[in-house]
Design a protein around this ligand. Structure first.
Ligand code: PMP
Length: 383
């Protein structure tokens, strides 16, 4: 980007209804938020269990700040690895049924760090077309031969595996796709990984906390296996921030020694680990939260059944209503906002051209009344 080109490029984005703008929240995250000074009923966050503003998590973090201070002050391998972080990692490993876990600053950092530490030049990575951007960036950065297969198309993946010679292979998928809400065929993918001697890398950003009684896709599909690398984020259903990778002791030791986004960054604040521990406890004790989201998903899907709007198949809290053009999606989101309902319009390049959509995110924080208000608003704007 040449300095003279900045302004015209932004104008071009605006003309295509693709200029993104940030809106400031003046309230905590939750089902009802104040955005830019106005109150909305929101279906826009990944706070699927309603934990981001949960009193137990807040209390745990406040107490941990008193005990451990605010900043970690150093990278993990220098002097920034706290006992409370060790405790959180052990609890996460236990929760998902793995030997060990390693917490990263974010899901983006975890994907970049782990994939580049497992594959490099001379290796090959096979990625689903709808994978999250951070996985794609990780694959490019790894310098491995980067092949993408059609969404959840096992035959296409197998054809690529067959014709791509490589020292080490890695298949990377989202367990639950972030913009569509559907799930990867995980058991079949593991069978292919076994047949072609590959790692299977699962990004469970949107399944953790929901699938497998909250323990995530690994538990839901009984996928514990030495060639499976499990990654889940902690800023979505878990309500905190960061991400973790789980697997064998050897895998975690390897990552501690080689994952550059783990090694060359300041450790996350120790109080974050306390909030993660509290979040796991709430997930265990408040199973009604998962049931509540399931109920909301059913309610929305039943309502949409006989509507002209196209709802993608999904049993996750991500429910995508395909609108088509950017302009139409942006228009519908604006019409909903006028009715006090905040639903983001997701446009290319986040999703393929022509599939701009309203991405409805449901949460245990929503009440049955909130759902009724959502359906009424959708009914009005769909007309
Ligand atoms: N993977 C997926 C599938 C995601 O949806 C996201 C977040 N949008 C990430 C990774 C990145 O995680 P984080 O927000 O913690 O960086």
């Amino acid at each position: 980007m040449h300095p003279d080109q900045l302004e015209p490029a932004l104008a071009a984005l605006a003309a295509e209804h693709r200029l993104r703008q940030r809106h400031a929240l003046h309230s905590p995250q939750g089902p009802r938020v104040n955005i830019d000074g106005r109150d909305y009923l929101a279906f826009a966050s990944n706070d699927y269990l309603g934990l981001a503003n949960h009193p137990a998590l807040k209390r745990a973090m406040q107490q941990a700040i008193e005990q451990w201070g605010v900043g970690a002050g150093a990278s993990e391998l220098v002097a920034g690895h706290f006992a409370i972080q060790q405790q959180a990692e052990a609890a996460l490993a236990d929760w998902v049924g793995c030997e060990a876990a390693l917490v990263f600053g974010s899901g983006y950092a975890a994907n970049l760090g782990v994939i580049t530490s497992l594959v490099g030049r001379g290796d090959a990575v096979f990625a689903d077309k709808l994978n999250h951007a951070s996985l794609n960036d990780a694959c490019v950065l790894s310098r491995a031969d980067f092949q993408r297969f059609r969404h959840s198309d096992l035959a296409h993946l197998e054809a690529l595996l067959q014709k791509t010679p490589a020292r080490t292979r890695l298949i990377a998928v989202d367990a639950v796709y972030s913009m569509d809400g559907d799930e990867a065929p995980l058991r079949e993918l593991l069978a292919l990984a076994e047949r072609y001697d590959a790692w299977l890398y699962l990004d469970d950003a949107h399944g953790f906390g929901l699938l497998g009684e909250g323990r995530g896709a690994l538990v839901e599909y009984a996928l514990h296996h030495p060639r499976v690398v499990y990654m889940a984020t902690l800023g979505k259903a878990a309500g905190v921030a960061g991400a973790f990778v789980a697997g064998s002791h050897a895998l975690v030791q390897w990552l501690v020694n080689t994952a550059r986004t783990y090694i060359f960054t300041t450790a996350h604040p120790p109080a974050q680990a306390a909030a993660i521990l509290a979040s796991l406890q709430v997930m265990q004790q408040e199973g009604w939260r998962r049931e509540q989201v399931q109920q909301h998903i059913l309610t929305l899907r039943q309502f949409m059944q006989d509507k002209s709007l196209r709802l993608l198949s999904s049993r996750s809290p991500i429910q995508a209503i395909i609108i088509g053009t950017n302009e139409a999606a942006v228009g519908m989101a604006a019409a909903l906002r006028e009715r006090g309902v905040w639903i983001p319009a997701i446009r290319p390049p986040t999703v393929p051209a022509g599939t701009a959509r309203l991405r409805v995110s449901l949460s245990a924080g929503h009440t049955a009344g909130d759902l009724a208000a959502l359906l009424a608003a959708l009914q009005q704007v769909a007309r």
